[in-house]
Structures are given as C-alpha cells and as structure tokens.
Write a protein that binds this ligand. Structure first.
Ligand code: SIN
Length: 423
C-alpha cells in the first residue's frame, strides 16, 4: 500500500474505534475491572495514536545530503522493516496496541501482536475493526495465548528470522531476557519497561496545582501504569502542609462504587498478586517508620482487590524502604522530604530505571535546570500527565530503549537506506 492508502486506512480504523467506543470501553472494563469512565478515556487515548499516525505518515521521508565528492549525489530513503512483533501488556490493552501496531502499519510493516493473556478480547476487537476498515489480510495478526504458552510464543517471536523488530512493553526483567534472545538474530528492538518515577514538589510550587497533578500521576488507573509517580519528594518546609493538601484533594476527587456507574472514577487493582505487592510495600514502609495518613484502605465490599488511595509520610529511612527500589504499581503515595534542589535531584536520580519524572516549581530557571538534570526519558514539569500520541514515549537505562508516539514512533519502524549516485 502507498503512504496515502495507509493514511486512509488509519483514518477508517480510527473512525471505527470512535463509532464503537462504548463497546470497546465495556470490553476494557470487563477484562480489567477498570471503571467504565476510565475505560472511555482509554478508548480515546487508543484512537489518538491512529489519528496522529494518519497525519504523520505522509511526512516520513529521506534527505538529500551535500556530497563531499563533486561527482556524487547522496540521499536517503526510509523503508519498512517487514514483520514487526508486538508484545503488549494488560494494563493498557487498547492504546498499547494502537501505539505499536498503528505506528508499524502506518510505516508500511505488517504486525504480529501477542496481547497479554489477561486481555485478549480488547486485542481481538481492535483486529476486527482493522479488518472492517479494509486492512489487508495478514497485515495485523493477533495471537492470543495463555500464560502457560507465553514463553513459547516469546521464544518463537525472538528466534524467527522473518520477524525484523520486536516491540515490547512490560517488566524490565522480561525485557532483558527478550533483548538477549533477540540479539541472536540481531533484531531491532523497542522496549518500554518498568519505571519508578520521582515526583518533586519544590517549596516555591503552587501546592494546590502540585496536589492535583500528583493525584493524576499517582492514582490514574489505580496506580497501575509504568509512568505513575512512585517516589514523591517534597521540600521539608512544605512537607506536612502538602501531605494534608494531598489528602484533601484525594478525598474530593475520587468516587468509589460499581465500575459501571459513570460517576465512579477509581477502581480495584487488577489482581490479587498486584494487591499483595502494593500492601507489602505499604507494610514495609510503615514498619520502617513511615506514617500512614489515610484510613480504611482495603475495601473488600468493593471487590477482593480494592485498595483505596493511600498516602504515607516516609520521613525516616526512606532509602531503606522497598518502594524506592521497586515500582509499587498500586495506589500508594510515598512522600520523602528533602532540603535542597541538589538533594532532590540526587534522590530522584538514585535509580537504574529512567522512564518518567515530574516536578512542580514556579521558577522558570529551576524548571529548565531540573528538567535537564533528571535521568529519564520523559519529564512532566508542572503537569502530572505526559502521555499523549504526539509525544515520544520511552525511557533510558533499565527502563528501555526506543520511542513510541510522535515522529520517532514511525522512524522506529523504518530503516534508513543511503543511496550514493555517481554522475
Ligand atoms: C504503560 O503503563 O505502559 C503506558 C501508560 C501510558 O501510556 O500512559
């Protein structure tokens, strides 16, 4: 298909997502237990990627480069890679597919997608809509598989030489083993792995805005995204005040109840395993001196894995607490005090994960200084939500490599070929 044809395909696919938004949201709620209102936002987020790639695909092209030798002409073209494999996670079962498959197909590749065993229906629904949009047979293929078969499918994807690129979103541990396996056939890889995002509140911040930003960053999807804030660094001068403000903002923001009730905007954790991990981080922090500011956290009447938002002041020994080492993936806001900008940056950068970081300040010079100093792939300065189709999404160090979203997403799935012509 030519660029223009792929562009119209993206548009028809996106239009079908819009036309079926309620059904897609219902599937997402059924598979994940996410409140229906949040699922509607997820459908919109998934659609945004297709809209963005539709607009961008005709703007991917090569360069003409001045040649050192007078008799030569040098130019580049960008060509599709072939078969792209996409392994996608359960926590964002629609957008992670449109973000990967949308970009790869817009760039002219075909895709084999293995969705998480927990959320096959969202993936199959997207593939059905792709077919209805006129997507050619074999261009988007979904292989749902059980947890038991996941390793075997992963092995096939990594070893099959027809697959030219593996795009994976998931844990750092799994990402590392897929990376090693792909190295055997020198596949291109893009990996969006774990995070442990710092969220810094400086003493010159607008504290109300910072509390609102933190509520979005920390508690979106009940804390189950890899870009959720995990280590909340608050200047000592505003530490107690911010804790109280955060508690007030949480209380006035969230409504609990049936996930189908459209007023409800906070849901349960996905699994009992996730629930145990979040509770173990909480208990660990409290056993090491952390002070819990919120009550009645476990709400079994709302479901077996329902954990209300928690706020913990981890004032002493916070560096010894588990949450500083591992992402919690649950709705617990751990606050750590600091005294200087240098100290905040040092603590923020004390991690081998470098996905996202957030901070609030009213000082323009501090804003640039801190944004440049943070060792991450994405910075939110005075915002609690960075995820958007136009933004190159991805991390550094053990948070992965490659970018999804923005022009970088299309370039990720295109090879540059240099052509030198002698006159
Ligand atoms: C993720 O958790 O993997 C992605 C979330 C996002 O795109 O905001």
């Amino acid at each position: 298909m030519q660029h223009r044809d792929r562009r119209w395909l993206m548009r028809r696919w996106a239009d079908l997502l819009r036309a079926n938004r309620e059904d897609l949201a219902a599937l997402c709620t059924l598979e994940l237990g996410k409140p229906y209102t949040e699922s509607l936002v997820s459908v919109q987020y998934a659609t945004d990627f297709l809209d963005w790639f539709e607009g961008a695909i005709e703007r991917t092209f090569g360069d003409t480069i001045p040649a050192a030798r007078r008799e030569n002409r040098v130019s580049t073209i960008r060509q599709p890679q072939g078969v792209v494999a996409a392994i996608t996670p359960w926590n964002s079962p629609l957008a992670m597919i449109t973000r990967k498959a949308g970009a790869a197909i817009a760039a002219g590749n075909s895709v084999v997608c293995k969705p998480a065993p927990e959320t096959p229906l969202c993936a199959l629904a997207l593939a059905k809509l792709f077919e209805r949009a006129g997507g050619p047979p074999g261009v988007l293929n979904v292989i749902p598989c059980s947890t038991e078969n996941t390793a075997a499918v992963g092995e096939e994807v990594c070893s099959n030489t027809l697959v030219k690129h593996l795009s994976f979103t998931g844990s750092t541990a799994v990402g590392k083993s897929l990376n090693v396996a792909c190295a055997r056939s020198m596949k291109r890889i893009s990996m969006e792995l774990g995070g442990n995002a710092p969220f810094i509140v400086f003493d010159d911040a607008d504290l109300e805005e910072a509390a609102k930003g933190l509520v979005t960053s920390k508690f979106r999807s009940s804390g189950q995204t890899c870009v959720c804030a995990n280590r909340i660094l608050v200047h000592a001068a505003v530490f107690d005040k911010f804790g109280e403000l955060l508690k007030k903002t949480v209380n006035s923001t969230f409504v609990y109840g049936s996930v189908w009730d459209q007023a409800v905007n906070f849901g349960p954790l996905y699994s009992s395993k996730g629930m145990s991990k979040a509770i173990s981080h909480l208990e660990d922090a409290v056993s090491k001196g952390g002070i819990l500011l919120t009550k009645d956290l476990v709400a079994r009447e709302l479901g077996p894995n329902f954990l209300r938002p928690a706020i913990v002041k981890a004032a002493t020994n916070s560096h010894l607490m588990t949450f500083t080492e591992e992402e919690t993936f649950g709705p617990i806001a751990f606050m750590i005090p600091f005294n200087t900008e240098e100290e905040a940056i040092k603590i923020a950068n004390q991690s081998n994960l470098g996905l996202a970081a957030y901070f609030y300040t009213e000082s323009i010079s501090r804003l640039w200084r801190v944004a440049e100093a943070l060792n991450v792939g994405m910075v939110g300065a005075r915002v609690g939500l960075v995820s958007a189709a136009e933004m190159p999404f991805g991390g550094i160090m053990e948070s992965g490599m490659g970018r999804e979203g923005g022009m970088e997403a299309l370039h990720e799935f295109l090879e540059i070929k240099s052509i030198t012509v002698g006159l």
